[in-house]
Design a protein around this ligand. Structure first.
Ligand code: HEC
Length: 125
């Protein structure tokens, strides 16, 4: 629980300091990013269809770890946040930095535009 609230706190700080770039979100590029880096683990078109990771259908502004058919890490289960765009941005930059013991074994998306675009694509799905 203690770690959970520390994570929430750091996410909140990140949300406040998030600069909100002038970059216009491009869902078409986001789809490419998704296909290149997320699709090996995540299914998107429907809820409750899980691969190595949980389905990402409707994930934007949805509660974290809310997929009943997926077994999350304890860390992610305890995180208990809403996947706002800012929280997604911070998590996708470096999952391990936000949640050191996450099961999402993925280095992150380093380019801010790519993160913003993939989030735009997720919003549409
Ligand atoms: C190597 C496989 C893998 C890759 C690549 C990957 N993920 Fe994940 N992802 C996971 C796993 C596994 C989890 C569950 C993590 C846990 O339980 O700690 C997860 C969890 C998530 C969650 C939280 C879902 C929820 O229900 O709360 C989001 C959001 C997410 N991933 C987005 C992405 C996006 C976007 C990409 C591409 C930029 C991506 N992931 C790439 C495996 C992956």
């Amino acid at each position: 629980m203690k770690t959970g609230s520390a994570i929430v706190q750091s996410l909140l700080i990140a949300a406040v300091t998030f600069s909100g770039s002038a970059h216009a979100q491009d869902a078409a590029n986001g789809k490419k990013v998704y296909r290149r880096v997320c699709m090996t683990c995540h299914y998107l078109p429907k809820e409750n269809k899980n691969w190595f990771g949980p389905s990402l259908h409707g994930i934007v502004n949805h509660r974290s770890a809310d997929n009943p058919d997926f077994i999350y890490s304890t860390a992610m289960k305890n995180m208990n946040i809403i996947w706002t765009e800012d929280n997604l941005d911070r998590f996708l930059k470096r999952p391990e930095a936000v949640l050191p013991s996450t099961k999402m074994d993925f280095a992150g998306v380093s380019k801010p535009e790519d993160r913003s675009d993939v989030i735009a694509y997720l919003k549409d799905n």
